[in-house]
Ligand binder design. Structure first.
Ligand code: GTP
Ligand code: SPV
Ligand code: MN
Length: 595
């Protein structure tokens, strides 16, 4: 319970508006989690997996219309439209409140309103933020208990302090006596709305992932990015890993990759090079602040993984597989006849028969995938065998290098180093990626996704770049080095040129040794590439030609990118930081000389 006056008043007000049958304050206990599971089993939302195969684990099937983040229904409602910028959907906050109030009125009839206090970051940490989510979904309660530090201890630490109010409803009231559906949601109206000035979140109509677990993208990225701008820190869509070399030296690395582009895999990697060790600090979000020593310290505000299931297997990510042995919520995976989950590429051999993610019989000869491409697992970070003990450090870990990446079948080489922070900010601003299933829309199209923050930046992207440049001017800053990486180059035949996964440590090794000052680089028009022989290739199964292709500067391809970027920058008008335009034109000039 709480004596927080703002919280009590808000719950009262929401109760009057949403008209739930009852209100339940969540304490975060195991008993409460079990009760949520029980409710989901009873309503058909979840089904148990065979406890001999996957103890204490459940499969949830969402509505087929509610399977990913809905970016076209995501809004940044700042007072001034320009503050949201051209890459965000904007609505006037007052008008949006009116529209939402209409939708939320009576929307929880027949349901329970759960009060879910949560902390992003270790409870009581000076750099953590408290949120309180009000939701009518038991799936959200159970998921928030895994993904965040949740429950009574958060209220105890909060006292009468401030919190971010996060209102959520699946948007499907139940009339008296009416049976519920397995996955309630609202097919017609979905709204994922942020009010950056008042630091509020309203989410209506979806129960899935980032649409509904409001601590994650909504608070820890969209709202936090605005707070970070105002307070001089960074809230980023980045993994955090600890890399130890064979002699025991350590560097911490952050990496921004768009959704479904490899953060979880890199953060949990089992390195292919003997003696090297990767430990996980975080797999999706990093909050970075300057320490007294001028270094940037990164903290993972989450407490669990909401990870992409397809592609995860004993070879690609054995540590994820170990994390998933028990106590897991699986969503939109396929079901095996013996009561376990399955997804594409989980096993070498295709199962003969399955129940697919929609609950339909599936056989091998069918072309359709059995799991949804955005099928996910929800598991506690504490279950990951390579979790670094420092993941709970309330101050974070000092970052030596930042990676930017994405899926680029062409043009972008395996790795390149930025000359300095400004050049690195420029490289981050131009990253693009072929679209994945993590968001609704057509998969495969190339889109610009600056710093992997396109769907997550709570304000004008050009102002965000200015903020990055400002961070670079912090007095006494000992800034991380910045790299562009690309694991996804393809041959003309469509095969990946680079084996990826555990082999990515070869790239991390070069970066580590750059940080130590022991590895050599060559200057090229696009940045610094590994000098001849500097990328460790012992034991690597990649042909000389493919390796050359991976480290080749594609002058024409880059020049085409320069033209595309010039156009992309155009939309930001005079909010565009001039430094980035200067970088872009300088790149164009250097490339033209090589033509
Ligand atoms: P979000 O949770 O959406 O933010 O995604 P993420 O960035 O954590 O991506 P994740 O690590 O879950 O990877 C998504 C997909 O990319 C999975 O199917 C992986 O198997 C695949 N993938 C990850 N790393 C590599 C790699 O190095 N090479 C190749 N070819 N595929 C990879
Ligand atoms: C992403 O899409 O980047 C995710 C999954 O991490 S979600 O939580 O649904 O946003
Ligand atoms: Mn993500």
């Amino acid at each position: 319970m709480t004596k927080n006056a703002k919280l009590e008043a808000w719950v009262k007000q929401v109760r009057a508006m949403c008209q739930p049958d009852r209100v339940r304050w969540c304490d975060g206990s195991q008993a409460e989690y079990d009760e949520m599971i029980h409710l989901m089993l009873r309503s058909g939302t979840a089904q148990p997996l065979d406890p001999r195969k996957r103890p204490n684990s459940y499969l949830v099937r969402s509505d087929p219309g509610d399977v990913a983040r809905v970016e076209d229904r995501t809004f940044i409602c700042s007072e001034d439209e320009q503050a949201a910028g051209p890459t965000n959907n904007w609505r006037d906050p007052a008008e949006m409140k009116v529209a939402l109030t209409k939708l939320f009125t009576g929307c929880m009839r027949g349901r329970t309103l759960y009060v879910i206090p949560f902390s992003m970051g270790p409870i009581g940490s000076p750099i953590a933020y408290t949120g309180v989510q009000l939701s009518d979904s038991p799936y959200v309660v159970a998921s928030m208990r895994i993904m965040t530090r949740m429950g009574q201890p958060v209220l105890d630490a909060l006292g009468d302090g401030d919190f971010v109010p996060c209102l959520h409803s699946v948007g499907m009231p139940l009339s008296p006596g009416k049976m519920d559906v397995a996955w309630p949601c609202n097919a017609d109206d979905k709204y994922i709305v942020h009010f950056p000035e008042t630091r509020e979140i309203w989410s209506f109509g979806s129960g899935y992932g980032g649409n509904a677990l409001l601590g994650k993208k909504c608070l820890a990225l969209r709202i936090a990015s605005v707070i970070a701008r105002d307070e001089g820190w960074l809230a980023e869509h980045m993994l955090i890993l600890k890399l130890t070399n064979p002699s025991g030296q350590v560097h911490y690395i952050c990496g921004a990759f768009p959704s479904a582009c490899g953060k979880t895999n890199l953060a949990m990697m089992r390195p292919a090079l003997p003696g090297w060790r990767v430990e996980t600090i975080g797999d999706d979000i990093a909050w970075m602040r300057f320490g007294d020593d001028g270094r940037l310290y990164a903290m993972n505000p989450e407490a669990g993984f909401f990870g992409v299931a397809p592609g995860t297997n004993e070879t690609s990510n054995p540590n994820a597989m170990a994390t998933l042995r028990e106590n897991v919520l699986f969503t939109n995976c396929a079901l095996t006849p013996d009561g376990d989950v399955w997804w594409e590429d989980m096993t070498n051999e295709l199962p003969e028969r399955l129940t697919d993610w929609r609950g339909q019989p599936w056989t091998r000869d069918l072309k359709a995938s059995a799991a949804h491409p955005n099928a996910r697992f929800t598991a506690s970070a504490s279950q990951c065998p390579v979790m670094s003990p420092e993941w709970q450090n309330p101050h974070g870990v000092p970052i030596s290098a930042i990676l930017f990446g994405g899926r680029r079948a062409t043009v972008v080489p395996l790795v390149q180093e930025a000359r300095d922070w400004k050049h690195g900010t420029f490289l981050g601003s131009i990253i693009g990626s072929e679209k994945t299933a993590a968001a609704a829309g057509k998969v495969g199209d190339l889109r610009r996704d600056p710093m992997a923050m396109l769907p997550f930046c709570g304000y004008n992207m050009a102002d965000y770049w200015s903020h990055w440049l400002r961070i670079g001017r912090h007095p006494g800053a000992q800034l991380p080095r910045i790299y562009l990486v690309n694991w996804f180059r393809k041959s003309a035949g469509g095969d990946f040129l680079w084996p990826g996964f555990g082999e990515n440590v070869r790239v991390l090794k070069w970066i580590f040794e750059r940080c130590e000052g022991t590895a050599k680089a060559v200057e090229t028009p696009i940045g610094r590439l590994p000098a001849e022989g500097e990328l460790e290739v012992t034991g690597l199964d990649v042909s000389r030609e493919n390796l050359a292709e991976l480290l080749h500067v594609d002058t024409e391809g880059w020049l085409a990118d320069v033209v595309a970027m010039r156009e992309y920058y155009e939309q930001f008008g005079d909010r565009m930081p001039p430094e980035l335009r200067v970088e872009l034109e300088a790149l164009g000039q250097r490339l033209s000389v090589c033509r």
